[in-house]
Design a protein around this ligand. Sequence first.
Ligand code: ASP
Ligand code: MG
Length: 424
Amino acid sequence: MGKGDQKFTVYKFGGASVKDAAAVKNVAKILKRNQTKPLVVVISAMGKTTNALEEIVTLTKKEKDITPALQKIVDYHLAIITTLFKPNHLIFQTFERLINQLTISSAKLSKNEYDFFYDQIVSFGEIISTTIISEYLNEVGIKNNYLDARDYIITDDNYREAKVNWKKSKELISKISNKKGLYITQGFIGKSSRKKTTTLGREGSDFTAAIFAYCLNAKEVMIWKDVPGMLNADPKWFDKPSILKNISYYEAVELAYYGATVIHPKTIKPLQNKNITLYVKSFLKPSLRGTLINNNTSKDSLIPSFIFKVNQILISISAKDYSFIVEDNLSDIFKLFANLNVKINLMQNSAISFSVCCDNDKSKITPLLKKLTKQYKILYNTDVELVTVRHFDTKTISRVTKNKNVLLQQKSRTTARMVMKDKV
Ligand code: ASP
Ligand code: MG
């Protein structure tokens, strides 16, 4: 970077922030107000488009007609474009061309290369949204350059969960590091060494923002959300959650690990490595400070944070002859979980049993229990919840365990985790 060059800022706008024409106008307003440059703006598919495109893939796999599902995607975007642009604008042709490409790609879908085709189809959500938004911004006087993220983020060909080739991506992204303007690009997508579109895993757009920030040695990243920042509890379960004003990268990773969903877990590491400040801010109330995430650990312990996972199952596994559960058994058990893709949210072992708590996803748990029962004695509890309290004290513990039977409890210096069931 030459002398006097400004460091990049990276923004990320998720699906909810561009879900309709009013939301897109709001993004333009935010960009007008924050004229920070150079700036890369990473944008997701509009609203729930990714789910709608997944539906297309599923229907095709089942050899069902995709026409109505595709039409819904077309209508949804057309409603947005019609509100944002004049009737004779070029965007209508561009959009039609993209939909034609999507239709052709869908027709090519083959069951054999399911993950590959999934990425070729689902990536259209981001391509369409950024095409519309870049054009709209230019239209309202916010001059910007459209970047195809696939020319910058290079991955392996592990479709649907592609791993980033940092060396190659850095080489390509560095090419824009001496530029000055505003760049609009897609979250979630990249390109494999076979030059085919890949995706980085669901909700991967935060990670895209972190990749650009890392490779550009950016000054800061701002993730714009529909919440006022990172909260100490999900408003779904808590009446008055508080905003975590300043937490450390370490704390953010811990919260994400236990199940906080505000930022994608993979986002933090690249930012921490380069000490790039991360802000989580509200696109509805952009004047609020939001949450600042950086190296500062001194405020981490000020507010207890609560993470709830409901609809859990607690499974207790013991040997049929009541012998000890030893390493051999454990390695068998873990293999079973891994093969069926069951994520363990919490585990604990005692002399004769090994207990695990996981999401009670029937499609995975039913075959798991069937397999386990062949070799082990199995007991389980359904309708349990797992609550994690960071920076707990006695008051917070009694608050969350009120009217609950605690079936299992783990405490470390900073974190208490409880598997509990409603008292009847
Ligand atoms: N559009 C993708 C998804 O919904 C990526 C993202 O929004 O982060 O998973
Ligand atoms: Mg999304």
